[in-house]
Ligand binder design. Structure first.
Ligand code: ATP
Length: 301
């Protein structure tokens, strides 16, 4: 059996709203997620037994705590129990950044093993496995996968509205945001801590999701910025004021908007043109190690 390489793209949250807390302890989310052209590369190699992870990163676990390992264990146990796989993760997405780096690796492993071992699980079955692994995994699996060349699997890229814990997904129109700048400050934030400290009554800025969707559907990328917001910023900026400072600086440099992604700490900005975006990229690159100027993720026609 051949090996296969899969691109696993990061996501940003164009809007993030929380509608309340559920009886099971989770928050009821309403968020628009969008894949961007920053991706890990996952290579799967069939083995007769055992799951082995190898990576170029010193920041991710190699054992069962790795979401890619969890995904492999789940799908192989249903498809070919006892059979193994070697997973090489070329890590390009910053870890613990609010960019779904672990979730997208898990999604790529599900899609890749389904293909490589000819498991023939339906899209719905894969999405259910994804949701059982983690909140963002189903979204990361949402873009349709295709094989442009033998041994390569790509996603067409996804934008979706996610509700519930993030697993209730509704596909949105494909739109390309051409100039996105992501700045990941040199500290981590705990997702659990940020959610647990959220006080919705203290939030000053909520996204206007209804208007966002109308403008998005029209293809008016410039004006989506008016309706974007992330309610978790109220917590993260209080804990780490640097996030607020990065946002203000990006706006001053000409961004249409700048927002924290997920529970942070990454901040992304949307720029109106390449020149202004490059200037901001240079300025931040002098100060931060993890800065990316990119566009939306899209593969295929
Ligand atoms: P999200 O946006 O979904 O909340 P995140 O971008 O904040 O995720 P991740 O990069 O997924 O965060 O990492 C969060 C934690 O998950 C880290 O502590 C890391 O050790 C662990 N982890 C497990 N598997 C992976 C993986 N394959 N890649 C990255 N992190 C992983």
């Amino acid at each position: 059996m051949q090996t296969i390489t899969i691109e696993a793209p990061a996501k940003i949250n164009l809007t993030l709203d929380i509608k309340g807390k559920r009886s099971d302890g989770y928050h009821e989310l309403e968020t628009v997620m969008h894949q961007v052209d920053l991706f890990d590369r996952i290579t799967l190699e069939p083995r007769t037994s055992g799951i082995e992870i190898a990576t170029n990163s010193s920041f991710i676990p190699l054992g069962p705590e790795n979401l890619a390992y969890k995904a492999a264990l789940m799908i192989l146990s249903k498809c070919q129990p006892g059979v193994g796989v070697k997973i090489f993760i070329e890590k390009n997405i910053p870890v613990g950044a609010g960019l779904a780096g672990g979730s997208t690796d898990a999604a790529a492993v599900l899609a890749g093993i389904n293909h490589l071992y000819n498991c023939r699980f339906s899209r719905q079955q894969l999405l259910e496995m994804a949701a059982a692994i983690g909140s963002d995994v189903a979204f990361c699996l949402f873009g349709e996968y295709f094989e442009p060349r033998p041994a390569e699997l790509l996603s067409r890229g996804a934008t979706a509205m996610a509700r519930g814990r993030g697993e209730l997904l509704e596909s949105l129109a494909t739109r390309i945001i051409p100039y996105i700048l992501i700045v990941k400050p040199d500290f981590d934030l705990s997702t659990a801590e940020v959610y647990s400290e959220l006080d919705l009554s203290a939030v000053e800025e909520f996204p206007d999701t209804g208007n966002f969707l109308q403008v998005w559907n029209k293809g008016d990328i410039i004006n989506i910025s008016v309706y974007m917001a992330n309610v978790l910023e109220s917590v993260s900026i209080r804990k780490k004021p640097e996030i607020g400072i990065i946002k203000s600086r990006l706006i001053k440099m000409g961004a249409l908007t700048a927002l924290m992604s997920g529970s942070g700490p990454s901040v992304f900005a949307i720029f109106p043109d390449n020149e202004i975006a490059c200037r901001a990229y240079q300025a931040f690159k002098n100060e931060y190690q993890e800065v990316y100027l990119l566009s939306s993720y899209k593969r295929g026609d």
